[in-house]
Design a protein around this ligand. Sequence first.
Ligand code: ZN
Length: 203
Amino acid sequence: MKIICIGRNYADHIKELQNERPSEPVLFMKPDSALLSNGKAFYLPEFSNNVHHEIEIVVRINRLGKHIQQKFAHRYYNEITVGIDFTARDLQDQLRAKGLPWEKSKAFDHSAALGDFMAVEDLPPASQLDFSLHKNGHVVQSGNTAQMLYGIHELIAYISTFFTLKIGDLIYTGTPAGVGKVEKGDELTGYLQGNKLLDISMR
Ligand code: ZN
């Protein structure tokens, strides 16, 4: 399986990092070794002094697809959750300044925390999903998929023009504003439509 991530997909997050608004989706990938399942601890890596949380809606592909039309995209996934795209922001800033790829800062071991999935039939439409991240019991990020620059179905269509989507592939769909540094001892919990699906402690 592969993990495809979308950068800069919420206007308020683009603003907080002073990035440019993209004219098409920004894609990057993580290897399967980046996965961190719900309930596990996240060990802060020694190569960064500024690891950020990014809460994101995650969809799991359940059907092989290539050149998927947007109007058929809903047929290619049946489960949704929230995940955290852990980002070594200091390293990412250095790489970006040099025009280098982001992998070391974005795709390192356990950088893709993944919540427990919910079936799409138990959720509102993909374009109206509320989600949030709490740090030590306080809301630090909240968003709704209606605020995405590129919606889930548009993303599936776009991604599948470059990469064949396979069963089990995950799409991390971008983060809203409120990203911030995590510290040892922090407890991060992720919610989708009020359902607690993710709980990760920082070590
Ligand atoms: Zn992200």
